[in-house]
Every structure is written in structure tokens, then in C-alpha cells.
Design a protein around this ligand. Structure first.
Ligand code: NAD
Length: 487
């Protein structure tokens, strides 16, 4: 344990944790949340969260929290999602730690005023864009990457100098409980508070006036969040979902494409916002692709993935039923997998060839280990297919031809894209991550996250003298002539 942390065996008892624990019922919750937000705003207004040294201490404490408790976080994710420890580390604990380390390296330079060039019309003058913290931010996260999707935006809000209320998902209760116990032991609870809860608590939180709301979750709940934010004119980032298409051209390296698609799809048992949702493959290579997918799955998980420790489980019975119904009504051919064991929340990695386009599996975000593979005659047809549907969060294209790749990237719109791989585009801090249209608005990661939680205030500095009269009435012909020359 580092010296930034207190004992992690017992949660630190404070006025705020007491208040959050005692709040029962929605009216009471709303009242105690109002008090909580008022306290945090007071802390913010006193300038408590502004010093770069305070921000650094909190970010270092978050890194320490992740390092000191890696095993406990991994065990909690195993309980919630049957998550293999390697995936718990690689996709949650490790990525979040790397992201916060990147912030630690750069946030002081991101916080500096940014110089702006001044046109002749305002000279003599100096211009600066000054990033200032917004106030009290609310971060709401989903259950599928329960550490990363809470702690990363929380850290970005802290790096930008804000107070934070962070609300993990009730559907990953083991991880939520670990976070609720550890966060107050590591970070300054005068300014950063974690509130556990489900719909009722989140609704009560959303009634409060925040200065920023950062929501990750489904498109439907995103609408609810945006409506609540509108009441206070609170700006939002919405990190939502969608159906991320994966295009495979006939000139692609099919073995590599199959391996990468299988990894990106079946990581976390398909419960990844940017998992390939469906594949559009050119007809001549369709069967070879599906064959290589079957070989890859055997290589990854053995003959029976159920017995393999490296394959996860569905988060709960409701989602298992939902996925079972998607599979039953797909109208396609189950080429790989299809086995379901509800008692173990297990669905085998499943590939469905040529499902019905009107079936729910091709209408809703799948968010589980079912992969439709559709045959197209050309990449042109695949591009038209994508463009006929809502803009997705991610798009993947596999091809050996840069002309095909550029054509697909240019002619389609998606939150982000990855060429000849899947999911990996979320990793580089300098590639802002976010959706477009129904897959979300705003982005974070690296400086984009810092800017998200900042107001970029433009300030023009003028000297008291000289004070040329050109600007002021009376507007003479000479002044007009000079103005026309300058502008
Ligand atoms: P969800 O929208 O059901 O829940 C997200 C959060 O909202 C949770 O904290 C939950 O408590 C809260 N919530 C749920 N219903 C609410 C309501 N009626 N009013 C107020 N708050 C409510 O999403 P989920 O099931 O936890 O996550 C899955 C979805 O999230 C998928 O659509 C997935 O694509 C998306 N997702 C997006 C990203 C991204 O980065 N874009 C990442 C992960 C997941």
C-alpha cells in the first residue's frame, strides 16, 4: 500500500458516507443528494479542487488504488461477469491505470492557458484560452467494464479540477461494492464522492443541478439523462451503444481477420460497447472466414468454451433471456456454437450466418456473444448497408488494399474506426473516444477528456494605451475606408 492510501480494510467513516448510507426512499435520497451536491459545490467554490498539486495527489491515489487492489477488483469482476483475470486487468484495471498515468504526465501542460493569435483589428492585444474547471461533475457508468468506465472519466474530471459524484452500475454489484469501499479510502472525500444505486437513486441524482454530466450506457437511458440535464442546461457527454459493423473484403488476410474478430467479439463474452456487432463479408470468402472463425475459437477456448477459464459469462438472467430470444428469432443458420446454459449464465461463442434483416438480432444492439455474418456482393453494398442504418459507435474494415480502406472510412460515419483490427482504437490516449448521432456525443481519452471537463474560456487582454479613435463614432468616411481595408 502506498502512503496516499489509508487502511483499505474498513471504509473511512465521514459525514458524507454516513449521509449516503442513511438516505432511503426517493424523496429522502433527493434531499440528501441536494445536500451532497451543495457541499461539493461549496468545496469547489472555495478553490479546494483547483490547485494542480491537489489534482496530482488524487490522480496518484487512484493509480495506487488500482495497483494495491488489483486482485480484489479482478475477483469482483469474476463474480459479476465471470471475467478472466487477464481480461479484468487488460481491459479494466491496467488500461485505466495507463490512462491516469498519461494524465499525470500531461495534465499540467493541458491546464496551461493556450495562446491565440490576434488579428490586426484588435491589435495591440494578447489572447489566451484558459481552461477552467466547471464545478461539480456527475459520472454515471454501466456494468460491462465497471472499473474503467467509472474511474477513467472520474480521473479526467479530477485532472481538470472538478469535484465529482461517481455512480457505478447496480448490475455489477461486487465491483460497485469494492469501489464504494476503496474510493473514499484513497481520494479526498471532501471533493470526490461515490454513490451506489440503481434507477431510483440515479433518477434522484439527475434531479440535482450539476455542472457537467458524463454518462456511459444505453441509448435509451442516454435520452433520459439528456432530458434531465436540459432542465438545468447542464452540458453532457453521452457515451452510448449501437451496432458496430465489421466489413471483410475478399482481399483481406482471412485467417488474421477471423482471429481478430473472434477476439474483439468474444472478449467479456461479447458485452463490449465496441464489440463487432455483425460482419459483412464479400461472398467469395464467406465460408473460409466462418471456417477460420471456428478454428480460432477452438484455439482460444478449446472444444468446450464452457470449461475454459478464459471465457466470461452473461451479466444476469434478464440479459441471458434477451440474448436467447435474439438467437431463437434470428432466422439464420447457427454455424458455430449456439449452446446455452441458463444456470451458469453461459452462452457459447456463437456465429449465425445470414440472419433475417428484420429479426431483432439485426435491429437491436446485441451486446452478447452472438455474431451475425451477412454475405454481400461487394464492399459498395456493405457501405450502403451501413449508411442505411443509425451511425454506429465503431466500424471495422479488413482489407489489404488502402484504396478499399480509405473508401470505407471516407464514405461511412461512425464514432471511431479501426482498420484490420477490432476494439484496439480505444487504447491510445491521443485518439479521442466517443460516438456520433445515436451512438453518443462528446469524447474522452487524454487531452479530450481534460477538455471535456473544462470550460475553455477565451480572454482578450488589451493594454490601456494606445486608444485609437478609429473604433468610435463619429464614423467618418476615412474610418470606413480603413475598416474596409482591414476586414
Ligand atoms: P444502462 O443505460 O441500462 O445503464 C447505465 C447506467 O444508467 C447505470 O448506472 C444505471 O444505474 C443507470 N440507469 C439505468 N436505467 C436508468 C434510468 N431509467 N434512469 C436513470 N438511470 C438509469 O446501460 P447498461 O446496461 O449498464 O450498459 C450497456 C449499454 O451501455 C450498451 O448499450 C453499451 O453499448 C453501452 N456502453 C457504451 C459504452 C461507451 O463507451 N460508448 C461503454 C460501455 C457500454
Amino acid at each position: 500500500m502506498t502512503d496516499t492510501a489509508q487502511s483499505d480494510s474498513q471504509p473511512k467513516e465521514t459525514a458524507k458516507t454516513q449521509l449516503m448510507r442513511d438516505s432511503g426512499g426517493s424523496a429522502a435520497a433527493s434531499e440528501s443528494y441536494a445536500e451532497l451536491v451543495a457541499d461539493l459545490r461549496d468545496t469547489f467554490r472555495k478553490g479546494h479542487t483547483r490547485p494542480l498539486s491537489w489534482r496530482r495527489t488524487q490522480l496518484e491515489a487512484l493509480v495506487a488504488m488500482l495497483s494495491d487492489n488489483e486482485r480484489e477488483f479482478a475477483e469482483a469482476m469474476r463474480e459479476d461477469l465471470g471475467r478472466p483475470p487477464m481480461e479484468a486487468f487488460g481491459a479494466d484495471i491496467g488500461t485505466t491505470r495507463t490512462e491516469i498515468k498519461h494524465m499525470l504526465k500531461h495534465f499540467e501542460s493541458w491546464a496551461k492557458p493556450r495562446k491565440a493569435s490576434m488579428p490586426i483589428t484588435v491589435q495591440p492585444a494578447r489572447g489566451r484560452v484558459i481552461p477552467e474547471p466547471l464545478g461539480v461533475a456527475l459520472v454515471i457508468s454501466p456494468w460491462n467494464y465497471p472499473v474503467q468506465l467509472l474511474v477513467h472519466p472520474m480521473a479526467a474530471a479530477i485532472a481538470a479540477g472538478n469535484a465529482v459524484v461517481a455512480k457505478p452500475s447496480e448490475l455489477s454489484p461486487a465491483t460497485s461494492a469494492v469501489l464504494a469501499r476503496l474510493v473514499p479510502n484513497y481520494v479526498d472525500d471532501q471533493a470526490v464522492v461515490l454513490v451506489e444505486g440503481a434507477v431510483q437513486e440515479t433518477t434522484a441524482l439527475l434531479e440535482q443541478e450539476f455542472d457537467y454530466i458524463f454518462f456511459t450506457g444505453s441509448t435509451n437511458v442516454g435520452r433520459i439523462v439528456m432530458q434531465a440535464a436540459a432542465k438545468h442546461l447542464t452540458p453532457v457527454t453521452l457515451e452510448l451503444g449501437g451496432k458496430s459493423p465489421t466489413l471483410v473484403a475478399s482481399d483481406a488476410d482471412i485467417e488474421v481477420a477471423a482471429r481478430r474478430i473472434m477476439w474483439g467479439k468474444f472478449l467479456n463474452a461479447g458485452q463490449t460497447c465496441i464489440a463487432p456487432d455483425y460482419v459483412l463479408v464479400e461472398a467469395p470468402v464467406r465460408d473460409r472466414l466462418v471456417g477460420k472463425m471456428a478454428d480460432t475459437l477452438r484455439e482460444f477456448y478449446g472444444d468446450d468454451p464452457r470449461l475454459c477459464d478464459d471465457y466470461g459469462r452473461i451479466v444476469n438472467g434478464r440479459h441471458l433471456d434477451r440474448l436467447q430470444n435474439l438467437l431463437r428469432s434470428s432466422g439464420g443458420t447457427v454455424a458455430i456454437g449456439g449452446q446455452i446454459d441458463a444456470t451458469d449464465r453461459y452462452i457459447a461463442p456463437t456465429v449465425v450466418v445470414d440472419p433475417d434483416l428484420s429479426a431483432p438480432i439485426m435491429q437491436e444492439e446485441i451486446f452478447g456473444p452472438l455474431l451475425p455474418v451477412l454475405t454481400v456482393e461487394s464492399i459498395d453494398e456493405a457501405v450502403a448497408f451501413v449508411n442505411d442504418r443509425p451511425k454506429p459507435l465503431a466500424l471495422y474494415v479488413f482489407s489489404g488494399s488502402s484504396a478499399i480502406i480509405e473508401e470505407v472510412i471516407e464514405r461511412t460515419s461512425s464514432g471511431g474506426a479501426c482498420v484490420n483490427h477490432c476494439v484496439m482504437h480505444i487504447l491510445p490516449s491521443d485518439l479521442p473516444f466517443g460516438g456520433v448521432g445515436p451512438s453518443g456525443m462528446g469524447a474522452y481519452g487524454g487531452r479530450a477528456g481534460f477538455d471535456t471537463f473544462s470550460h475553455l474560456k477565451s480572454v482578450l487582454y488589451k493594454p490601456q494605451k494606445p486608444d485609437p479613435r478609429l473604433l468610435y463614432p463619429p464614423y467618418t468616411a476615412m474610418k470606413s475606408k480603413i475598416a474596409h481595408k482591414a476586414m
